[in-house]
Design a protein around this ligand. Structure first.
Ligand SMILES: [Zn+2]
Length: 373
């Protein structure tokens, strides 16, 4: 994630803090100070936030370590003001495994709440949640309630909350994954709508959560649709074999003529049958402005490019295409260029696929927007 700093490493997983987290710390510090103008309040407020996020990290580790048991690695854990995100390498395909991975986070909070309850109960320190203040009060009791809230909040059956995944996993045991996701995300969006409405009346913070849930639900549904539409399809099926390429010694003027003729946006550059670079439309335009139309393609082309293999799976090639600023991947077969794979034609391919499959998801597969993110 951009704008994140590494703050440590736990069980072999890097933990990052997002820049916006500092805003939360500043806000907590300032609001504690304004209450009684006491630095001690500020310190205890910040101490509480640090403890809160230590709990969040343990929650994310619950997910990560359960996933590891199923052979899935976690890239990193990032702390955001709204909670933590563990980026798993992939989600388990088996709904029973997904169920366990999703439940493991809230389970950590339930266990922590239980331990804190046992610690604080004999001291008679337990106060009902309605008497908990941000400032003052028993630190451990506050932490106990925080764990109860985190467990409950995360089990709300809406993406991107864990409850959304729990619901999807339960549904996926009875139906196919795409339909289960569609239903789970509709439930999530209905809940988001409800939160938003109640939030407008009572609590603006709920509107914020609602927005977050709404976007999470939509993103999850489109990712799963794309993945399922691409499952088991080789790159060769969506490769465009009728394309133009350039030579390093062509002029930018010639490249521009190809673009204007509407052939493509990005061009593979070939020298003696070997792929040596890619000229993107962006690079073409910048170099035209700086060096003029007589400059050569080799001065403007990008020599560090990604490629796809004719026989690899579309899903893999597409994730490379998405993480790469160029919208075209040259497709190679035994090392020589046979075609190009572009976002546009993958989008078209998916629309055709979904039209052929029919079904409820068909009309909704306007994935172009999701693909171009
Ligand atoms: Zn979680």
């Amino acid at each position: 994630m951009k704008w994140s700093w590494r703050i440590g490493r736990l069980a072999g997983i890097d933990v990052y803090m997002h820049a916006t987290f500092l805003i939360l710390l500043a806000w907590v510090g300032i609001s504690h100070y304004r209450l009684r103008q006491s630095m001690a309040d500020v310190v205890s407020g910040l101490g509480f936030i640090v403890a809160l996020f230590a709990i969040v990290v343990l929650h994310e580790l619950g997910h990560a370590l359960t996933a590891r048991r199923f052979g899935i690695r976690t890239r990193d854990i990032t702390l955001l003001p709204i909670g933590g995100v563990a980026r798993l390498e992939r989600m388990p395909e088996d709904p029973r495994q997904e169920l366990l991975v999703a439940l493991a986070g809230p389970a950590v909070n339930v266990v922590l709440a239980g331990i804190l309850l046992l610690v604080t109960l004999p001291a008679g320190a337990i106060a009902p949640i309605s008497e908990i203040d941000l400032v003052g009060g028993n630190f451990l009791v506050k932490l106990m309630w925080i764990n109860v809230i985190l467990a409950a909040f995360n089990l709300i059956p809406a993406f991107p909350m864990d409850g959304g995944r729990v619901l999807r996993a339960l549904l996926a045991m009875r139906m196919d994954y795409v339909r289960a996701t569609a239903i789970a995300s509709s439930v999530g969006q209905a809940l988001a709508f409800g939160f938003g409405f109640i939030g407008l009346l009572y609590n603006p913070f709920l509107v914020f959560i609602a927005l977050f849930v709404w976007m999470g639900a939509a993103a999850e549904a489109s990712t799963v649709q794309i993945k399922s539409a691409l499952g088991g399809i080789p790159v060769s099926t969506a490769t465009v074999t009728d394309f133009r390429s350039l030579s390093p010694r062509d002029s930018l003027q010639q490249a521009l003529e190809h673009v204007l003729a509407g052939f493509q946006h990005d061009f593979p550059v070939i020298e003696q049958g070997r792929l040596v670079g890619v000229l993107t439309r962006g690079d073409l335009l910048t170099n035209l402005a700086q060096k003029g139309p007589q400059a050569r393609v080799e001065e403007a082309m990008n020599e560090r490019f990604q490629t796809a293999d004719f026989s690899e799976m579309l899903e893999l090639a597409l994730s490379r295409l998405q993480s790469y600023k160029c919208l075209t991947l040259p497709v190679l077969r035994n090392g020589s260029l046979v075609g190009v794979l572009t976002m546009d034609n993958v989008g078209e391919f998916l629309m055709i696929q979904s039209a052929l499959r029919g079904g409820p998801g068909a009309g909704r597969i306007k994935i172009a927007a999701g693909l171009a993110q």
